[in-house]
Design a protein around this ligand. Structure first.
Ligand code: FES
Length: 167
């Protein structure tokens, strides 16, 4: 074997080794892409602090990429026992803010105490129940758990299960 040949063999083996390691790393990366990461599961929860909300105030947040409305009902807003989330004696509307017709995001109209959908004129009351136009059903209540003054969206707590059973 010449010096030139053994150098070529060495380079060939070194290249194969690098390629093999690269392949294993790529496979690992591909597997990570296919598997849901634990952090994504953890990110499946949204924690909303209700304590700064004033009566009649609407808060918007997001849960799993979906817009969420949290409305703290004032004394003038009609309560709904089968949909209200009650925390510390206050009633809240907690809904996925997507119109049940074709998925537009409605807006809160405080003067008429309604959620209105600009896309096709759909209307919902302050509890998220469809009252007019094409929406076929109320806006959906996301799974939640009450933790003191915090709402953990994405976890099915006993209060959520009770509401679902009533609805
Ligand atoms: S999407 Fe809301 S009324 Fe059509």
């Amino acid at each position: 074997m010449t010096v030139k040949q053994s150098r070529r063999d060495f380079l060939g083996m070194a290249f194969s080794g690098v390629a093999a390691v690269g392949g294993v790393i790529s496979l690992g990366a591909m597997k990570r892409t296919w598997d849901p990461l634990p952090s994504v599961e953890a990110a499946g929860f949204t924690i909303a602090d209700l304590s700064p909300l004033q009566n009649g105030e609407l808060m918007t947040t997001q849960w799993r990429g979906k817009p969420i409305f949290i409305l703290k009902k004032s004394a003038s807003i009609k309560k709904n026992e089968s949909r209200d989330v009650v925390v510390d004696d206050a009633s809240y509307t907690v809904i996925i803010a997507l119109c049940t017709h074709l998925g537009c995001i409605p807006t809160w109209a405080p003067s008429s105490q309604q959620f209105k959908c600009a896309c096709h004129g759909g209307e919902f009351d302050a509890s998220g129940i469809n009252t007019f136009g094409p929406p076929p059903s109320p806006m959906v209540i996301p799974p939640f758990k009450i933790d003191g003054m915090r709402l953990v969206l994405g976890e099915e707590g006993p209060e959520y299960k009770k509401l679902v059973a009533k609805g």
